[in-house]
Structures are given as structure tokens and as C-alpha cells.
Design a protein around this ligand. Structure first.
Ligand code: MZP
Length: 498
């Protein structure tokens, strides 16, 4: 056997030592843009993220709703692959059909479609939809639809909220209540109103949207609106059914694939990468690995990015069950070194993703400082409204369900396959709850605020600069205690008496 002389370490064993903060180094000046796929020296990555966040390839985390929400925020989701090929492809195409900004859906709806089609789309996606008809009436010919993920106004919203939301779109909005679509139709028709109806899934009118500049007879709203870009969407694949799954996902419009496996240092992965590279023009990441050899092997096979981490996931019991794995910080540090060596040798930069084991927000900053280009998180995203699992009340608190891909519940045995025909006999993941935390955007804002603030402490305005300038120290067990509140009586602990 070969022995490693150093113990493998986790993020909690490290801290960043502040560097000089210049006056220009304020959170507003920090940007978190980062490459997703490999690129040559002097060029730019073909896919870049605006924030270094990806959501885990897990049933309990990444469906099409999460994919749209996270892409809107600047990151990327990898839709889970432990479902039928048809279902996964459907999720990819749903996510791809959402457009950035306020966008008329050109591809899915034509003037021949009816309002019922719009309603169906609205119900299916849970998004708000404004139908634009030729003469401004619900019975008129449909010219297009406008949809927005941001659309949160309801009948209870104040006029100010509604107006703010509609600012780019309309000049005036009236809230209406209790009107059926038929009533609304009569109203609009009778008064020759130049307006657009917004209806709910029961065909009740929610709002009438008026716009001064909208002449339904002359203008085609398809030409009026902001940008028509779809979001970047990722999807997970395995090393078993890739010859059927990959073509279906590519057909559905996927931008980037990732081979989802607990241990990626295998000939199976090399075969999949070579197959994808020689048959399709789609990016593919591979993993997971925890050392330089694993990194090099998958990069030589042609991978566009490499995922790092074995056994550190919050729901993962791989280390207990099989005794394989490595502390997440040590894995990232070594693979980042291998990535830099490869870049010096070949002039090709292959991004790496730190996957699993992020417990505190500062762990993300540490992962980036240690060389990760982006992180992948499961538990973090599972807590939000946008994750696909049920929200329940347990012991008086709201929680969301969260289960591992290696649990009996997910039955994603392909992820843990070591070849051969037999199904796996033991679990590598657990079924659990995580505290419900609200909306993705609210939480991301806080986390990103912390990351940017820490980067300013380190004197870094970009992730690349953070990686160059970061000074990282190991902490002793006793200094960890010093880092939390200590030697005080916390008020929340219920001390009675004044
Ligand atoms: P975390 O962010 O919840 O700590 O970790 C998420 C990561 O754990 C996933 O991206 C994946 O690599 C890994 N994972 C998913 N399921 C299991 C399992 O059942 C697992 N063991 O380890």
C-alpha cells in the first residue's frame, strides 16, 4: 500500500487570513464570473457562470423549476438523471423553453394556438402568463405570450407592487377581482379597451394590463420585447444507458452534461466521454475524483470540467459503508494543483467543481480560494421553495425532504455501479429533512453578500484574484471554539428573570 503522510482535511479546519483591502475593493466591485468548461489560454470559456453555484444532480434538488430559478440567478442546475430518459428530456426541454427576461414564447405558441394553450402552459409551469391577443381581447387571435418567473403579484398586491413589476411592460395596471374570463371579455369588448388580460388557471381574470403605446392592430408584440435567450441547462447521465440518454437530452436542447457517479476514476467514464465527444457537439463534465491521477485520467479522455469530492455530501454514508473518500478541502487543493499543472503544460484550462460538504457559506469562499472554479450543492438548494420536494411541518418547524441518490428512496444504483450485472446490495445515502429556508433568490443574495465581503477582506475583486491572493491557515480544535460565541449567556437560551 501507499501511505499518505498528511491527514485529509475538511473546510472547517481552515480559515482565511485577511489581506490588504484597498479602497476600490468594495462588494459592489467584486464579480463572481467563472468558467464552466475548458478553454485555451487567451480565449474565454464557451460557457461562463455569473455566480459559481451549481445545484446537485439529485431527485430532491434539480428539476426544471430549480434549473430556471438558478439560471436566472446566474448559476446552473444539472437536472437529475435517475429518472426515465423521456422524463429527463422533458424536464430539459421545459427548462429550455423558458426565456431570459420578459419574452414572448415564439417556439411553442403560434397565432393558431388558443388561450386554453396559454392556460395549459401556465398551469404546467406554475408561472404567470400574459396572453397577447390581436385585438386585445381574450377571444382575439393569440399573437404571443409573455411570461415571467418574477411575477409574484396577486390580488392582494398593492398597486405600487404591480406597477413596479409591470414598469417595463405596461403603462397602467388595474387589479380586478371576481371576474370570470367571460365577464372580462364582455367588459373589454364593450368598452373597446386596449388591454391584455392576465388570467389564472381557473380562467378568472386577475388583472387587466393596459399599455398606452400598444396598438394591437399595428404592432406585433413579438417584436416589442427585451432579449430572446434561453437559459443554460445541464443534465446528469450515467455510464449505463448513455447511448440512448445522451441523444434524447441533446435533442431536448441540453447545453452541458455531467456523468454522475460517486467514483469517476474509471474506464466506464472514459468510454462515455469519448462517445459523447465523437458523436455530439455538447459539453461534458466528469467525476467525481479526489486526486491528481483521477483528474488527469478524465481530462485525457476529453472531459470539459471535473467534479471533485467523494463521501463529503451531507446525505452521504459512502465513507462509512465502503471506507473510500477524502476530506473535501484536501481533495480540492490537490485537484486544483493538477489543473494548474495541466494548464502550464498544455495551455488548456479545465475548470473544477467542488461537490458536496458545504455546510457554512464561508466554506464556499474557502473552496474557491483553494482553487475550485465553482461549487455544487445539494443540501443548500434542497431547503428552498424551488426544490422539487414536499414542504412539511415537523415538530413545529417547516422542513423540506432531502434524500441521497444512493438511498433506497432514490434507487439510483447506476451512480454506484462498479460493473457486473448484480444490483447494489447496500445503501450509500440517507433519507432526511432539511430546515425550510424560503426562496432561492433571498438566500443566494445573503450568501453572495458574505462571499463578496470576505473577498474584500482578502483584497480580491474576482475569483481568480482570490485564488492568487488568499492566505489560508489551518485551525486547531480549540481555536474553532474561539470562533463561535463563547463565554457569554445567549439571550435565546431562555434565561428567566430581569
Ligand atoms: P451536499 O451539498 O448535500 O453536502 O452534497 C451534495 C452532493 O452529495 C451531491 O452533489 C453528490 O455528489 C453527493 N451525493 C448525492 N447523493 C449521495 C448519496 O446518496 C451523495 N450518497 O453522496
Amino acid at each position: 500500500a501507499t501511505y499518505y503522510t498528511e491527514p485529509s482535511r475538511t473546510f472547517s479546519e481552515y480559515l482565511l487570513i485577511p489581506g490588504l483591502t484597498t479602497k476600490a475593493c468594495t462588494p459592489a466591485n467584486v464579480h463572481l464570473k467563472t468558467p464552466l468548461v475548458k478553454f485555451k489560454k487567451g480565449e474565454e470559456s464557451a460557457i461562463q457562470l455569473n455566480i459559481p453555484f451549481s445545484s446537485a444532480v439529485m431527485q430532491a434538488v434539480s428539476d426544471h423549476h430549480m434549473a430556471v430559478a438558478l439560471a436566472r440567478a446566474g448559476g446552473i442546475s444539472f437536472i437529475f438523471g435517475s429518472q426515465s430518459i423521456e422524463e429527463e428530456a422533458r424536464m430539459v426541454s421545459k427548462a429550455k423553453s423558458w426565456k431570459a427576461g420578459f419574452v414572448v414564447s415564439k417556439s411553442n405558441l403560434t397565432p393558431e394556438h388558443t388561450l386554453a394553450d396559454v392556460l395549459e402552459l401556465k398551469e404546467r409551469t406554475g408561472h404567470s402568463t400574459v396572453a397577447i391577443t390581436q385585438d386585445g381581447t381574450p377571444r382575439g387571435k393569440l399573437l404571443g405570450i409573455v411570461t415571467s418567473r418574477d411575477y409574484r403579484v396577486s390580488r392582494d398586491s398593492s398597486a405600487k407592487q404591480i406597477r413596479e413589476f409591470m414598469t417595463p411592460f405596461s403603462s397602467l395596471v388595474y387589479g380586478q377581482s371576481g371576474l370570470s374570463l367571460g365577464d372580462a371579455n364582455d367588459l373589454i369588448w364593450e368598452h373597446k379597451l386596449n388591454c391584455l388580460p392576465i388570467v389564472d388557471a381557473d380562467q378568472n381574470l386577475e388583472f387587466l394590463v393596459f399599455r398606452k403605446d400598444y396598438d394591437a392592430h399595428k404592432e406585433n408584440p413579438l417584436e416589442l420585447l427585451d432579449e430572446n435567450k434561453s437559459y443554460i441547462v445541464g443534465a446528469g447521465i450515467n455510464t449505463k444507458d448513455y447511448e440512448e440518454r445522451v441523444p434524447a437530452l441533446v435533442e431536448a436542447g441540453v447545453d452541458v452534461l455531467v456523468i454522475d457517479s460517486s467514483d469517476g476514476y474509471s474506464e466506464w467514464q472514459s468510454d462515455v466521454i469519448r462517445y459523447v465527444k465523437s458523436n455530439f457537439d455538447v459539453k461534458i463534465g466528469a467525476g467525481n475524483v479526489v486526486d491528481r491521477e483521477g483528474f488527469r485520467y478524465l481530462v485525457d479522455a476529453g472531459a470539459d470540467f471535473i467534479k471533485v469530492g467523494i463521501g463529503g455530501g451531507s446525505i452521504c454514508i459512502t465513507r462509512e459503508q465502503k471506507g473510500i473518500g477524502r476530506g473535501q478541502a484536501s481533495s480540492v487543493i490537490e485537484v486544483a494543483e493538477a489543473r494548474d499543472e495541466y494548464f502550464r503544460e498544455t495551455g488548456i484550462y479545465v475548470p473544477i467543481c467542488s461537490d458536496g460538504g458545504i455546510v457554512h457559506d464561508y466554506h464556499i469562499t474557502l473552496a474557491l480560494a483553494m482553487g475550485a472554479d465553482f461549487v455544487m450543492m445539494g443540501r443548500y438548494f434542497a431547503r428552498f421553495d424551488e426544490s422539487p420536494t414536499r414542504k412539511l411541518k415537523v415538530n413545529g418547524s417547516f422542513v423540506k425532504e432531502f434524500w441521497g441518490e444512493g438511498s433506497n428512496r432514490a434507487r439510483n444504483w447506476q451512480r454506484y455501479d462498479s460493473g457486473g450485472k448484480s444490483n447494489l446490495l447496500f445503501e450509500e445515502g440517507v433519507d432526511s429533512y432539511v430546515p425550510y429556508a424560503g426562496s432561492l433568490q433571498e438566500n443566494l443574495d445573503k450568501t453572495i453578500g458574505k462571499i463578496k465581503s470576505t473577498m474584500c477582506n482578502c483584497g480580491a475583486l474576482s475569483i481568480q484574484e482570490l485564488q492568487q491572493k488568499a492566505r489560508i491557515t489551518l485551525v486547531s480544535a480549540t481555536s474553532l471554539v474561539e470562533g463561535g460565541a463563547h463565554d457569554v449567556m445567549l439571550k435565546e437560551s431562555g434565561i428567566s428573570g430581569d
